[in-house]
Write a protein that binds this ligand. Structure first.
Ligand code: PLP
Length: 443
């Protein structure tokens, strides 16, 4: 007797006949399998728990399949949150000049400090945390916040319990699964065991009901939120910090979209008194400066954040950075410094404003169709509600009938069912074209 096991990845689909007790793989049928030889290395059981592929490569695969089916269609991608506008010229020039310098004996530089360029650490502390008591020595430069989230997971280890907003950016829960912090996937609830899913939707103004939230060691919290676009208010973040203090939890606060905040919502968790003792903040140049391909971010770990035995988290984080990273690219860091110059900062904010105008166009057109829309004001994401519908069905229908790629909300957790996420990171003509196609479909 054999069990039939099948799985897909972005490059192949395979089916294996597996003898249950011996776990011996006896036959593999793969559309593009490269070998019928298997090593004797067992697959990481945590990887086995992961559902499907990581969401965004999965969306790219759907896009490629659609383009194969309709080779003449003009597909508009408002799916994966990738930036499309060019990097401001002075920022690009600073990277080019740095790179040229590397070809000269005077300009050549090898490894830098693992924690990042000192000048850039200072510039980040001054630009984003002025008056918030964040010291440059508490700022660590990263190669983007997504890899940093995984390094933070390494820091925290497999024995911690985690809470995530539901819906949320998949890297928090997927990295938790990979670390072994979770149980298996439960088809019925659509979530992984042992994760505390903090439901955030229109019914609770996108902020979890903390009275009903179980204590966890770590709380991943993203504001402005991807995918809902909601920026937590000061009162909401005060409640969150108080909750963490009462429970002795650590908040991992993701402020990757802070540059998009248009109202009074806090741009950093450290605007909330007491946060230094309970929060780490990860952030990124990706969506603020079009650095999705350049790769640069930062993380703040305050001195006063301590483990239960009184040991500073910062010391362990520094160790992780030295062992598992080796510092961000020096070319990218030169670009980061140019972003924070007065000229660079002004230029990148005009690009952010362009995307915000796109978001407004999308909000207005979906709203005019009588749909319930969230986000868009403080984030480059518009969160559209289709009550009673499955989000993958809505995704497929919009793709099939308008050739527009969106993201199905359920990819961000069970709380994303009935929603799709539409990104404003497009060129204006595509945003306008997408708006009119959607209007034709839904009006
Ligand atoms: C909430 C959130 N955090 C982090 C990231 C990853 O950013 P980076 O490009 O810095 O890795 C993203 C990317 O989409 C995001 O949406």
């Amino acid at each position: 007797m054999y069990n039939i096991v099948s799985a897909s990845s972005s490059t192949m689909h395979w089916t294996a006949l597996v003898e249950p007790r011996s776990r011996l793989k006896v036959r593999i049928e793969a559309s593009s399998a490269v070998s019928d030889y298997c090593t004797r290395v067992a697959r990481n059981i945590n990887m086995e728990k992961l559902q499907y592929n990581y969401l965004f490569p999965e969306i790219s695969t759907k896009e490629i399949e659609h383009m194969r089916k309709y080779p003449n269609a003009k597909v508009i991608s408002l799916g994966i949150g990738d930036t499309t506008m060019p990097i401001p010229e002075n920022v690009a020039l600073s990277m080019a000049n740095y790179a040229i310098g590397l070809s000269t004996p005077e300009g050549y530089k090898g490894y830098g400090f693992e924690q990042g360029n000192k000048e850039l650490r200072k510039a980040i502390a001054k630009t984003f945390y002025k008056d918030l008591e964040i010291k440059d020595t508490e700022v660590f430069i990263s190669d983007g916040s997504q890899s940093e989230i995984s390094r933070l997971q390494l820091l925290l280890g497999s024995n911690v319990t985690i809470a995530v907003q539901d819906p949320s950016f998949p890297a928090y829960f997927d990295s938790g699964v990979i670390m072994g912090q979770t149980g298996g996937f439960d088809q019925e609830s659509g979530g992984y065991g042992k994760i505390e899913y903090m439901r955030c939707g229109p019914q609770n103004n996108f902020f979890p009901d903390l009275y009903k939230t179980a204590r966890t060691d770590v709380i991943f919290f993203c504001s402005p939120n991807n995918p809902t676009g909601h920026a937590a208010s000061r009162e909401q973040l005060e409640q969150l910090v108080e909750f963490a203090q009462e429970n002795g939890s650590i908040i991992v606060f993701d402020s990757a979209y802070a540059a998009y905040i248009s109202d009074e919502s806090p741009r950093s968790i450290y605007e909330i008194p007491g946060a230094r003792k309970v929060a780490i903040e990860v952030s990124s140049f990706s969506k603020m400066a079009g650095f999705t391909g350049v790769r640069l971010g930062w993380t703040v770990v305050p001195d006063e954040l301590l483990y239960s035995n009184g040991f500073p988290v910062l010391h362990d984080f520094n160790r992780i950075i030295c062992t598992c990273f080796n510092g961000a690219s020096n070319v990218a860091q030169a670009g980061g410094l140019a972003c924070l110059s007065p000229e660079g900062f002004k230029a990148l904010h005009s690009v952010v404003d362009y995307y915000k105008e796109n978001a407004k166009i999308l909000v207005d057109s979906f709203t005019s169709l009588g749909l319930r829309i969230y986000g868009g004001l403080n984030a480059p994401y518009v969160w559209v509600h289709f009550p009673g519908s499955k989000s993958w069905d809505v995704f497929s229908e919009i793709l099939e009938k308008t050739h527009i790629i969106t993201v199905p909300g359920s990819g961000f957790g069970p709380g994303g069912e009935e929603f799709i996420r539409v990104t404003a990171f497009g060129h204006r003509d595509n945003i306008l074209e997408a708006s009119s196609r959607v209007t034709r479909l839904l009006s």
